[in-house]
Design a protein. Structure first.
Lengths: 395, 158
């Protein structure tokens, strides 16, 4: 076909939705002039699951299971965002220990998510061995999740008002072991990539997104920070006790693929720093709001033995709990950026409406801008550097 | 079955064509990289260093349906994705097999709504269902082994 602006012969090339390097089922329609991308268009919706609608017919506790599966690489961020929104409507203030436990889980999840990103990003640029390294360490984190929740991914461990169970015995020891081991592993990845000349040739100066464009597109997370904007919700609007921790927000300068790589590598180190502070200062005490028996399940043992607790247990499980009428918006800093939950309650035991502002969806909108004028072989590198999760885009 | 191998010398065995063909097919099932959702991450974990699917001859993930023998439907299939999935299945060369990985691919999972296909067996024939949400890598490996057992029992298709 002929491009109307340049009047040159162009070719339309379709990438996806089944493509090994589109991180799921993204489809990109490229308009090519030779090997140069003239225009591009992203087609999404291949993983539309109707989660927001489904949640309207689920009780507040059941919805945790659904939101887990939105951004499946970082389930704890979905949980904490959703739960903070419900708690805000209920007017609950959780104990200090709960906040620290949530932060430990979230930062572990950030590392796990970045490890998958690093492995696949390198794999797509031809450095296959990096994935084998990163998935090795990811298993260590997943084992920790499995220890406390019984599940490797999509754990559903957090509850409204805290946790059902505390960290199990031996969890903290294993976590400390991980904190000791992991810094040397990050150095190992950096040895493979950071000064690797092929890696730099493929990433430096590629897919540049200026700070102004990034802000205009509503981009957030490492993608925004690589463009030089120091914006992190953990420091800008601290939630769940992040104001008590000391950590740096890494910022890039050029906003290219290489800067995004550097920012995420540094973020893993900072996450580790937060975790070690949280482990050191982990307060003791209850793991849920004990003064709200209308929300918190009684201990399992009591429910088995006592009639009153049994009825109480049955009531919460079968009917849920009402949430006062109102609406709220809570945003958390997920591994990909600002993850916001807008929750409307009509006073019943199910959400009236839950709108999720997912970071991947907003970040993906900047893709055509980043792809304009680059070579077709670099398209994959740019897509990988956004770190999209299609479950997060389509929901 | 019922065929037996006869060892004639250290270098020659006598066996049936069915058995030797099935042995060859089951020992190198090449899956397609067809990740859809959460299960795809566990599929990647299965192929990565810790679980190492290469022990079962299936480490060669192919991007093209023309080169693959096995479609692991890893994740929920939306109504928009369903025709694409069928087209990919049709493009695969015989003999081909399908594993429905996870609750969503098997029966729709927790998503009983307008958007999700309630089980991928509405679209393509499924050989092995792997339960879980998502299944552990060990479970997927067991699914591959079940498929190998199934291939062992197959009649020769040429």
């Amino acid at each position: 076909m002929v491009n109307t602006e340049t009047e040159r012969d162009t070719m339309i090339l379709n990438v996806g939705p089944q493509h090994p390097s589109t991180h799921g089922v993204l489809r990109v329609v490229l308009e090519l002039d030779g090997e140069i991308v003239v225009n591009s268009n992203t087609v999404i919706g291949y993983l539309h699951t109707g989660m927001e609608k489904t949640i309207e017919s689920e009780r507040y506790v059941q919805a945790i299971t659904i939101v887990d599966r939105m951004d499946y690489l970082s389930c704890f961020f979905n949980e904490i965002g959703y739960i903070l929104a419900v708690e805000k409507l209920l007017g609950i203030e959780v104990p200090e220990r709960v906040k620290f436990m949530r932060i430990i889980l979230c930062e572990l999840q950030r590392i796990a998510s970045h490890l998958v990103w690093l492995g696949t990003h390198a794999l797509e640029l031809g450095a296959m061995s990096v994935m084998l390294y990163t998935f090795r360490e990811r298993e260590l984190i997943l084992e920790l999740f499995e220890m406390c929740s019984g599940y490797r991914m999509n754990s559903g461990y957090m509850r409204v008002g805290g946790f059902y169970l505390d960290f199990p015995d031996g969890f903290i020891d294993r976590l400390k072991n991980f904190i000791n081991v992991f810094p040397s592993k990050i150095n190992e990845y950096e040895t493979l990539l950071t000064k690797n000349i092929i890696w730099k040739e493929r990433t430096v100066g590629l897919g540049v997104l200026s700070a102004e464009d990034a802000i205009n597109f509503g981009v957030s997370g490492p993608l925004l920070r690589a463009s030089g904007v120091k914006w992190d919700i953990r420091t800008a609007h601290p939630y769940s006790g992040y104001e008590l921790f000391e950590f740096d927000v890494p910022v890039g300068t050029h906003g290219d693929v290489y800067d995004r790589y550097l920012v995420r590598m540094e973020e893993m180190r900072q996450s580790l720093r937060i975790i070690s502070q949280a482990v050191k200062n982990l307060p003791s005490g209850p793991v849920n709001v004990v003064d709200r028996p209308d929300i918190i399940l009684p201990p399992k043992r009591n429910a088995e033995l006592g009639m009153e607790e049994m009825i109480h247990h049955f009531k919460i499980v079968s009917a849920g709990f009402p949430v006062p009428e109102g609406e709220t918006y809570v945003a958390v800093e997920s591994a990909r950026g600002e993850l916001g939950f807008y929750l409307v309650s009509d006073g019943g035991n199910k959400p009236y409406r839950l709108k999720v502002r997912t970071p991947s969806f907003a970040n993906l909108q900047a893709l055509p801008l980043m792809l304009k004028g680059i070579m077709i072989s670099d398209v994959i590198a740019v897509i990988a550097s956004i770190d999209i999760v299609l479950g997060d885009v389509d929901r | 079955m019922g065929e037996k191998e006869f060892l004639i010398s250290n270098r020659i065995i006598l066996t049936s064509l069915t058995k030797i063909t099935n042995w060859a097919r089951r020992s190198s099932i090449w899956p397609m990289t067809f990740g859809l959702a959460c299960c795809a991450i566990e599929m990647m974990a299965t192929s990565a260093s810790h679980h190492d699917i290469a022990r079962f001859g299936s480490e060669v993930f192919r991007g093209s349906p023309r080169q693959s023998d096995l479609m692991i439907v890893a994740g929920r299939v939306s109504r928009k994705m369903a025709p694409v999935l069928r087209q990919l299945y049709d493009q695969m060369a015989e003999p081909k097999w399908v594993i429905a990985m996870g609750a969503c691919a098997s029966c729709g999972g927790v998503f009983k709504n307008y958007a999700v296909v309630q089980g991928v067996d509405e679209i393509v024939p499924v050989d092995v269902y792997v339960p879980g949400c998502p299944p552990r890598p060990e479970l997927l490996l067991q699914g591959v082994m079940k498929l190998q057992q199934k291939i062992d029992r197959e009649k020769l298709r040429i």
